[in-house]
Design a protein around this ligand. Structure first.
Ligand code: UD1
Ligand code: CA
Length: 457
């Protein structure tokens, strides 16, 4: 039986923000969401979030999450006091393997592998996630005996000059047997420099009770970095983006500059994908083999097929493209865009909730909304689907092999047949049959006696 307790009651004064600290984001996701998602990979039986400052907003942000409990810590009397508030919600304890893992809402990037290693390190006792820092100032120090066994943790403010020399520090993350944890928490006092109930005092109690205290270490330094200020948030964001860039390159992606890509979600890439500078990926994005992304594109919740190219400054949201599609530069694909094989979408084309069949083209300056475009259709420059009458949206259907001349308007609901040629500048208000030419002639005139207006003197 595994409980996860996440401490998230702290105020975060240095953020200078109305938003509770744990709701601030790293890579597009709140810090608390990162912790919860990583913890979920351990398949815990129970997750308890200890909220305090901004508790209502924190709880609301996760209202739709399954099997997540909130407890309130008010006032905040220390990390031990925080975990005490979670005790009534802890499951199990009858079995010695029942474990409670304690995490921090403002230490967002601890990886689930590290959490698992800590749980394994507890064996039949407890375990602390520790690190060796060149400058351990401010951290609780791990005090070991001559045999190297952990004896206790001493907080920086309570430590002797000798203890200040210790560079093995407490990251704060602990795995403990649930039954004993409850007993130890009940024994805490606040006789210390900060007059707080220190969670770290339980390590001393474990040793007194002859329970072994093991240690595990994170794989990466950034895993245990906490965020107390906007500066630390920005620094951690860069470290995490660097890590994601490293993972992409290890998986075979070429990044024009690994320092100039932002992944705010998950980016899955096939073989030989190229990503130019300044791109932002949000949500779930999948790029198949050989996809080429030009500079300064924003791609959100999208799936692009093999060999597809997105040219510079394109914006893609909730859209899908098949193989060998060409998009942009300066294209905007809004939600519900589905592009077939070898479709070509050029500059300043906006598409919304529309399907383009294979080899269809809209090369310049168009708005295509709520449309179904057939195979090999050519949409000329400046074509607009008039899909909205101010109250409702209507559909436009264009049959295979039709040609829509430049600057035409398709007034929906309307169906253009197959293999139709629509003359330039036509306003198509009625359904057409297949084949032939559709035009709405406007008689051309010329007045030869006409004078250009002159500028007033
Ligand atoms: C704590 C550890 C210290 C460790 C350090 C790592 C204790 C006593 N000390 O110190 O050994 O080296 O973390 O960063 O545990 N929190 C609450 N309620 C409270 C107090 C804190 O929810 O009453 C939360 C905070 O929001 C924060 C976390 O617990 O997420 C740690 O609190 P903080 O005050 O930063 O602990 P430190 O004093 O840094
Ligand atoms: Ca403190």
């Amino acid at each position: 039986m595994l409980n996860v307790v996440i401490l998230a009651a702290g105020k975060g004064t240095r953020m200078q923000s109305d938003l509770p600290k744990v709701l601030h984001r790293i890579a597009g996701q709140s810090m608390l969401a990162h912790v919860i998602n990583s913890a979920r990979q351990l398949n815990p039986d129970n997750i308890v979030v200890v909220a305090g400052h901004g508790a209502e907003a924190v709880q609301q942000a996760f209202a739709s999450e399954q099997s997540l409990h909130f407890v309130l810590q008010q006032p905040q009397l220390g990390t031990g006091h925080a975990v005490q508030q979670a005790v009534p919600k802890l499951l199990g304890g009858e079995n010695p393997t029942d474990t409670t893992l304690i995490l921090y809402g403002d230490v967002p990037l601890v990886q689930s592998q590290t959490m698992q290693r800590l749980i394994d390190a507890r064996a039949n006792g407890m375990a602390v996630l520790t690190e060796f820092l060149p400058d351990p100032t401010g951290y609780g120090r791990i005090v070991r005996n001559a045999d190297g066994a952990i004896q206790r943790i001493v907080e920086h403010k309570d430590a002797s000059a000798e203890e200040h020399q210790i560079n093995e520090v407490n990251t704060g993350i602990i795995a403990a047997p649930t039954a004993q944890l409850k007993e130890w928490l009940a024994r805490l006092d606040n006789n210390n420099a900060q007059k707080e109930y220190y969670l770290t005092d339980i390590i001393g109690f474990a040793v007194q009770d002859q329970i072994t205290v093991g240690a595990a270490h994170p794989d990466y330094g950034w895993e245990t970095l906490g965020v107390n200020s906007r500066l630390q948030q920005a620094e951690l964001e860069r470290l995490w983006q660097g890590e994601q860039a490293r993972r992409l390159m290890e998986a075979g992606v070429t990044l024009a500059d690994p320092a100039r890509i932002d992944v705010r979600g998950s980016l899955q890439c096939g073989r030989d994908v190229f990503i130019d500078v300044g791109c932002v990926f949000e949500g779930q994005v999948e790029l198949a083999d050989g996809v080429h992304i030009g500079p300064n594109c924003v791609i959100k919740n999208a799936k692009l097929g093999a060999g597809t190219t997105v040219h510079a400054f394109s914006h893609i949201d909730q859209s899908q493209a098949d193989r060998d599609v060409s998009i942009g530069p300066f294209a905007r694909l809004r939600p519900g865009t589905v592009l077939g094989e070898q479709v070509h979408i050029g500059n300043f084309v906006e598409i919304k909730n529309s399907q383009f069949a294979a080899q269809a083209k809209a090369s310049h300056l168009s708005y295509i909304g709520d449309a179904q475009v057939g195979q090999r259709v050519n949409i000329g420059a400046g074509v607009i689907t008039c899909n909205y009458d101010g109250a409702n949206k209507f559909k436009t259907v264009i049959g295979d092999d039709s040609f829509i001349g430049s600057d035409s308007q398709l007034v929906a609901p309307v169906t253009v047949g197959k293999n139709v040629t629509v003359a330039a500048g036509t306003t198509v208000r009625h359904d057409t049959a297949d084949n032939g030419l559709v035009l709405s002639p406007k008689k051309q005139e010329q007045k030869t006696d006409w004078q250009r207006p002159q500028k007033n003197k």
